[in-house]
Design a protein around this ligand. Structure first.
Ligand SMILES: CC1=C(/C=C/C(C)=C/C=C/C(C)=C/C=O)C(C)(C)CCC1
Length: 276
């Protein structure tokens, strides 16, 4: 993250936990969705940047790619939800660690911290969501609630000190304060919006400008609109259909499954940016 942006993000995060009302989970989850989704809405442009110049049927290729990945992953949730969850957590750790740069183990360690700390530390809050996603109760031994976050902080502290990365040390301290102070969803929403989505939006804009696939900010925002609206509309339709069928009340578990479905095609595409 650029230095100025990093300080803005750190400052805003602390302001957010200071002023956030004692919000209920679903409200925060909606904020998370509403503001996090646009950072994945440039996927069609990233897809285009990977095609040879003048390639035909790029739009059709993109739709096929997206629907193919989402359908395959939906089936995995259907048949092997445990494996689908492991896949979601693994891809998220990788995806969240990516902007940190450096060797893979170091990136994965950061990804494990940003996701693992809030989930383990607030596991009583996470447990019903996780259990709802996989269809059986996933209890964890009580000692993991403090031990796992402690090991993740210690590991990152050691790596950041050894490789002398002062910015990582500051980020570690600020995020630890946020995760300890806020509840599960608020802490994760702050990370997701301010630490992940906002820098990703800017990085992707710079990447697309280099590939001459976007212009100024207003142009970029217009380009993000179709997929943002599409993602909201398809999730709303899925939600209403589930609700009407009865017997299955749409809840946060379903919401996170839907997040996982749109995240997989996005994470695969973004990986190409970082490799290029
Ligand atoms: C917070 C949280 C979870 C994990 C969410 C994840 C892993 C989100 C990843 C989003 C990504 C990678 C978006 C990319 O743009 C659980 C364990 C499902 C349930 C408890 C609350």
């Amino acid at each position: 993250m650029g230095t100025t942006l990093s300080w803005i993000v750190r400052g805003l995060s602390l302001v957010a936990i200071a002023v956030a009302p004692a919000t209920d989970g679903p409200t925060v989850a909606l904020i998370l969705l509403a503001m996090g989704i646009p950072h994945g809405a440039a996927d069609h442009l990233i897809f285009r940047s990977r095609q040879p110049a003048g390639a035909p049927f790029v739009a059709a290729g993109f739709v096929l790619y997206y629907l193919g990945v989402v359908t395959a992953y939906t089936l995995l949730w259907w048949w092997l939800p445990g494996l689908a969850l492991i896949g979601f957590l693994g891809m998220s750790v990788y995806h969240f660690g990516q902007p940190d740069g450096g060797p893979l183990p170091s990136r994965l360690l950061w990804g494990c911290f940003v996701l693992g700390f809030p989930v383990f530390y607030h596991y009583p809050e996470a447990e019903p969501i996780v259990s709802g996603m996989i269809g059986w109760q996933l209890r964890l031994p009580a000692w993991t609630q403090l031990a796992v976050p402690a090991v993740l902080v210690a590991g990152n502290l050691a790596v950041a000190t050894y490789r002398w990365q002062p910015r990582r040390l500051i980020d570690l301290a600020v995020l630890t304060v946020i995760y300890l102070t806020a509840d599960l969803l608020l802490g994760f929403a702050i990370f997701f919006l301010l630490w992940h989505s906002l820098p990703a939006l800017i990085q992707q804009w710079q990447y697309l400008r280099r590939h001459r696939l976007t212009g100024g900010w207003s142009n970029y925002i217009w380009q993000l609109l179709p997929l943002t609206v599409g993602a909201f509309a398809s999730m709303a339709i899925a939600y209403v259909l589930m609700d009407q069928r009865g017997g299955y009340a749409p809840d946060l578990s379903l919401l996170f499954i839907m997040v996982s479905l749109i995240t997989l095609p996005h994470a695969i595409l973004v990986d190409r940016i970082y490799r290029s």
